[in-house]
Ligand binder design. Structure first.
Ligand code: NAD
Ligand code: DAU
Length: 340
């Protein structure tokens, strides 16, 4: 593998992966292919924009002709697919784009990748494919029980990857990451949303009782995990990338407020997300056997993250305008009006 296409590389985790790959492997050419949706942000790639082994191409993963062009132009050897619609709340409001990108897009990349004869296809997936897990840890062979349109679309993308491996013998690997946090995350997701809202003394809408559990993984650990699986994963296999940092949402919210010196009176309990999964948790044994382990403890990672949002208003203030405010209105206005 020398020429690597990173689709969705202008998003939160994809850009961390691009920054990591460009600097760790100067012998590779890293081509970022991204549609630049509301969540894609070229600012995320500024740290590597002048590097010789980095290129950016704007395009849609579901656009077959454009995908074919980029594979040929850069003689791509491997595809790492981060491209997705990624926010559960948006998938409840409007699922169409999720099917387009997460299912059809994954299929087009696979199909064009196969025709082009790539060496390896790496699909970046999520712990949400396992669905709600009340106790214990999800293992890679557990059944899929996705509950949101987002989770179902990611499961659909993964199943197509499996089918291309079994049917056509394509070399594929899949990663299933847990809830990821860190710098450059679009401020619709819990941690950057609450940190930036609290900085402006605005209410923090906690869904339901706030006792839901997520397993938090620092973004650089996630990026290194995908690198490890891309290089060492066994063809046809899936690997959990678990943060092993399980926390209740309320605990995370209180910690963000503490770090910012803001009062807990900003917390509002609002009507719950529809179909809200109570808990995700996975075992990390299989990826650990390949030499990957997460480095960041949650307390250290959260402090670094909150400090990054304090120091980088230039990055997030311009995002919290226009389309963002329309989404905020649709998602939260009614909920906050009936909050406690
Ligand atoms: P993100 O929303 O920040 O970024 C998604 C990127 O994909 C954006 O740059 C966007 O412009 C691009 N994109 C969207 N539709 C596209 C299309 N049709 N064609 C080309 N590019 C398109 O998402 P993220 O949080 O960085 O997640 C990246 C991947 O990791 C996703 O596949 C997601 O399912 C998975 N994942 C995310 C998390 C998490 O906690 N954020 C955890 C596990 C797995
Ligand atoms: O588990 C991996 C998944 O993590 C990824 O596949 C998704 O792409 C990513 O968005 C994330 O999904 P979640 O739904 O878990 O993340 P989110 O940040 O939206 O919410 C985290 C928890 O916080 C969840 O229980 C819902 C809750 N929450 C979230 C928001 C945005 C609130 O209580 N209030 C909010 O306003």
């Amino acid at each position: 593998m020398k020429n690597i296409l990173v689709s969705g590389g202008a998003g939160f985790i994809g850009s961390a992966f691009v920054r990591h790959m460009v600097t760790t492997y100067p012998e590779y050419n890293i081509v970022c292919y991204d549609k630049l949706t509301y969540a894609g942000n070229i600012d995320n790639l500024l740290p590597v924009s002048d590097e010789e082994n980095y290129r950016f191409e704007r395009g849609d993963v579901a656009d077959r002709a454009a995908v074919e062009r980029v594979l040929n132009r850069y003689a791509i050897d491997a595809i790492v697919n981060f491209a997705a619609e990624s926010h559960v709340d948006r998938s409840i409001l409007a699922p169409d784009a999720f099917i387009h990108t997460d299912v059809v897009g994954a299929y087009i990349l696979l199909d064009e990748g196969r025709k082009h004869g790539i060496e390896r296809f790496c699909q970046v997936s999520t712990d949400e494919v396992y669905g709600d897990i009340e106790e214990g840890l999800s293992g890679e062979d557990d059944r899929f029980l996705p509950n949101s349109p987002y989770a179902a679309s990611k499961a659909g993308g993964e199943l197509m990857v499996r089918a291309y491996h079994v049917t056509f013998g394509m070399d594929t690997v899949i990663t299933r990451g847990s809830n990821t946090y860190g710098p450059y995350q679009y401020p619709e997701k819990l941690i950057p949303f609450f940190a930036t809202e609290a900085l402006d003394d605005r209410p923090l809408p906690v869904y339901g009782d706030g006792k839901q559990i997520r397993d938090w993984l620092y973004v650089d650990d996630h990026a290194r995990g995908v690198d490890r699986i891309l290089h060492a994963g066994k063809s046809g296999e899936a690997y959990n990338l678990a943060g092993e940092n399980q926390r209740r949402n309320l605990e995370v919210t209180r910690r963000i407020l503490q770090l910012l010196g803001k009062p807990e009176s900003l917390i509002r309990h609002v009507p719950d997300r529809e179909g809200h999964d109570r808990r995700y948790a996975m075992t990390a044994e299989k990826a650990r056997a390949l030499g990957w382990r997460r480095e960041f403890e949650f307390d250290r990672g959260l402090e670094a993250t909150v400090n990054w949002y304090v120091d980088n208003e230039w990055w997030w203030r311009k995002i919290k305008t226009g389309e963002y405010l329309e989404f905020y209105q649709r998602q939260y206005a009614g909920r906050l009006a009936s909050s406690s």
